[in-house]
Each structure stands twice: as structure tokens, then as C-alpha cells.
Design a protein around this ligand. Structure first.
Ligand code: AMP
Ligand code: MG
Length: 414
């Protein structure tokens, strides 16, 4: 008899997965290695930024009081008494109607409170003249204008982007405390599967899910081990799953989670004594997506159908891995957009449609069955169409989940 499964709403399923996330602890790594990792300590400003008043331009440091009354007909002259570049500090103090030639980034000399840009001055041999008054602090980059000492600049749990690296470098972190990353195993199940380098045979297909998941992990910067292909045979699959589950923090299997005669993952979970969090989700594709936990480790049973497999990874595996790293934003980025074409196929379950989002309009990315491979490659987003009896019309406002945000864009039409 076919087992009766109760579908769980997607959002509840995601929550249930996240609740089980085990933290992996933290490690200190070199700053240069930290891009893409999750910060495990808040970054606190150890100094003001900038830490001294400085010139944001190449020009002349002056006392603004000396510039009062300057006009085109009444140019005021300043004697240039010193010349400093970035990194140099003048030993001179400005007296009335003197100026110091100063380059971008150099510390403002004592007495100076304004900077005249080169283009605002006319130079002579030993002096320069100006034709307008300067206000106090005009053209000055003030100490602490960017960040204040002791300010919490970035919270723990943040993704380390290139800007975060710049901040860490600014505050002298040559090493940084980050969350340890999960080590993930991938096992593709299915007697029909061939390795990528094998010739097609009748009834067989190449394993596309395995390499796809490696790439999905890679774009999160996460390491993994491929356990290859396992045929649909209970004992054999059980042994591989058992081994893989102990060697990794999280095992992703593809295929074999449905209720077919050769779908052995449910029996394998039972043998392992795993707690099945759910084995049916109210979504298309991938309603058979199953998530279990054994010995504090995740077992993700993704559907073998490529589109379902892809979607299951993005909806469940990705946030779970991020939660294991205590990331403060484990969910996929999302937005809303106008649907670019009608989508009339109604469904009781929430539908995730692989789609192309151009910043304004989102349109299905072609062939959209759960076994589709092409639309995964062509899409950069998932349209979320809540279940119900009605279809959707071109122009409807829909939710969109954004994928692979680190990817580039076509030529700009700004
Ligand atoms: P299953 O989830 O095992 O019922 O498989 C559903 C569909 O996905 C079947 O048509 C399988 O042949 C196909 N499939 C299963 N595993 C893979 C894989 N690793 N790569 C590509 N297609 C697969
Ligand atoms: Mg199968």
C-alpha cells in the first residue's frame, strides 16, 4: 500500500529545517581567506575613521579666516610655506596668510581648517591666490566622519563581502573569527544514472544533479565530497548513506524519496533511526522533498527531478547551511516583480517557477516541468506562485526569489 503523506506548507517546512540547525563552532582564519565566510564576531571600530582630519583633495591648506572678503577683483594671496603628500605630517603651523601645499589624504596641518583645491587657486612662484572665501571645514575630511571609535560596524552573523574585508583591514584584523563551514556529502541515487563521462545507453541518463549541487554549494563557498552514484538497491544504498552520513555534517541525496517501487530513501532513514522532519511539502516541483536528522546531522532527500532538485536545494539546503554558520540572513534574497506572461496552470500547491528576472519583469525561463534541465540553466530567479485555483496573468505582481546574486549582468542600459 502506498504510504499516505501529509504535505507541509513550504514556509513551515523551511522553519522546521532551520530549527534543527546545529552550530558548527568558529575558527580564526587569515583575512585574505575570509571573503564569502560568515562573521562570528561583531566588528567594533578600534579607531575613528578617518583617524585624523585630512585633505580630500590636492590643493592648499589654509586658515578660513584669512579668506574672508576674497573676490575675483580682490584676490587674496597666501605664502606657501610647506609641501606635504599623503602619509606626511607638516611640522609647520599656519600663520596668517600662509598656506601649505597638501595632497589628498595628507593630515591637515596645525592651524588649517579649510582646503583650497588646485582648480580654485592661481599659483605664482611662492604663493597662491584665491577669489572666494572659504568656510571653516570647507573641503576637509573630518576625523570620525565615516565611523566613530567603539561603534559596532558589522554584526556577527554577517556575510563577509569585499567591503567587510576593507573594514576588517581598516581596523587591523589580520585574522578574523568566522563560523566553521559545514562539510557536505552528495550522493546521487538511481539505477538509470551514468557518470558524466559515460556514453548514453538505452534507458539511461547522465547524472546531472550531482555536479549541479556541487556548483550550488560552490557558489556558497562550501566544500563537499561526491559519493558518486548509488543504484536503487536497499542494502547497497543504505551502506553508502550510512558511511556518508558519518563523514559529513550534512548529506544531500538525490532521487529515491518518492513512493515508487525502487525509492529506498524512506526505508534507509528508518534503518538509520533518523527523525524525518517531513516527507511531503505543499510545493511544485519537489513535493516529495524529505528532510531528516540523524545524530545531529541533516539528511536532505531531494527529488531526482532536476528542477525539483535544484529548487529543493535553494529552498531548504541553502538556508540550513547558512543557519549552521549562524548567518543572520539565511533566506534567499527576494523581491516582487510583474509577471512577463500568463501562467494559467493552476495548482493547489505553491509553485516555484524557474525564471528570468531583468530587474523589472520576471518571466518563466522556458520548459517548466519538474524534470526540466534547460530552464534551470536559463533562469536566475524563482517565481513564487501561491497555490490556489486561479492562474496568473501577465502584469500580475508576484514574489521573486533571486538566485546567484554574485553573477554578472548583461551590458547596462542605464
Ligand atoms: P526519482 O526522484 O528517483 O523518482 O527520480 C525522478 C526523475 O529524476 C527520474 O526521471 C530520474 O531518472 C531523474 N533523476 C534522478 N536522479 C537524477 C540525477 N542525478 N540527474 C538527473 N536526473 C535524475
Ligand atoms: Mg529514482
Amino acid at each position: 500500500m502506498v504510504e499516505k503523506r501529509t504535505p507541509l506548507p513550504v514556509i513551515n517546512a523551511v522553519e522546521r529545517v532551520l530549527e534543527c540547525a546545529l552550530s558548527l563552532g568558529t575558527e580564526k582564519i587569515e583575512l585574505e581567506e575570509s571573503f564569502g565566510r560568515i562573521l562570528a564576531e561583531p566588528i567594533i571600530a578600534s579607531s575613528d575613521v578617518p583617524s585624523f582630519d585630512r585633505s580630500p583633495y590636492d590643493g592648499f591648506a589654509i586658515r578660513s579666516v584669512d579668506s574672508v572678503g576674497a573676490t575675483g577683483d580682490n584676490r587674496i594671496a597666501f605664502k606657501v610655506i610647506d609641501h606635504i603628500g599623503a602619509g606626511e605630517v607638516s611640522t609647520k603651523k599656519l600663520a596668517a596668510f600662509t598656506a601649505i601645499r597638501i595632497m589628498t589624504g595628507a593630515q591637515l596641518p596645525e592651524g588649517a581648517d579649510a582646503v583650497v583645491m588646485f582648480e580654485q587657486s592661481v599659483e605664482t612662484e611662492e604663493s597662491m591666490t584665491i577669489r572666494k572665501p572659504f568656510k571653516a571645514l570647507e573641503n576637509v575630511s573630518l576625523q570620525g566622519e565615516d565611523l566613530r571609535k567603539n561603534e559596532v560596524v558589522i554584526n556577527s552573523g554577517s556575510y563577509i563581502n569585499p567591503g567587510t574585508i576593507a573594514l576588517l583591514a581598516t581596523f587591523g584584523y589580520s585574522q578574523v573569527l568566522v563560523a566553521k563551514q559545514p562539510f557536505v556529502g552528495i550522493l546521487s541515487t538511481g539505477t538509470e544514472l551514468l557518470a558524466v563521462n559515460e556514453e548514453l545507453e538505452p534507458g539511461k541518463i547522465r547524472n546531472s544533479n550531482g555536479p549541479m549541487i556541487v556548483a550550488q554549494l560552490k557558489r556558497m563557498g562550501i566544500r563537499c565530497k561526491m559519493y558518486g552514484i548509488s543504484i536503487d538497491q536497499l542494502d547497497e544504498s543504505y551502506e553508502v548513506v550510512k558511511k556518508a552520513a558519518t563523514e559529513t555534517d550534512c548529506l544531500i541525496t538525490t532521487g529515491g524519496v518518492s513512493v515508487g517501487d525502487f525509492d529506498f530513501l524512506p526505508a534507509i532513514y528508518e534503518r538509520l533511526g533518523a527523525e524525518v522532519l517531513f516527507n511531503k511539502v505543499a510545493m511544485r516541483p519537489g513535493s516529495v522533498t524529505t528532510v531528516a536528522v540523524a545524530n545531529g546531522r541533516y539528511l536532505f532527500g531531494l527529488s531526482g527531478n532536476p528542477s525539483a532538485c535544484f529548487t529543493g536545494f535553494e529552498l531548504f539546503v541553502r538556508p540550513a547551511l547558512l543557519k549552521m554558520m549562524s548567518a543572520s540572513k539565511p533566506y534567499l534574497p527576494h523581491t516582487t516583480a510583474r509577471l512577463g506572461e500568463n501562467f494559467t496552470k493552476a495548482n493547489p500547491f505553491t509553485r516555484f517557477v524557474r525564471a528570468l528576472y531583468d530587474g523589472k519583469i520576471v518571466s518563466p525561463a522556458g520548459f517548466n516541468k519538474s524534470n526540466a534541465v534547460s530552464s534551470i540553466a536559463r533562469g536566475n530567479a524563482l517565481i513564487v506562485l501561491p497555490g490556489g485555483t486561479r492562474g496568473y496573468q501577465s502584469g500580475d505582481l508576484v514574489d521573486v526569489l533571486l538566485l546567484g546574486m554574485e553573477e554578472g549582468s548583461d551590458k547596462w542600459k542605464l
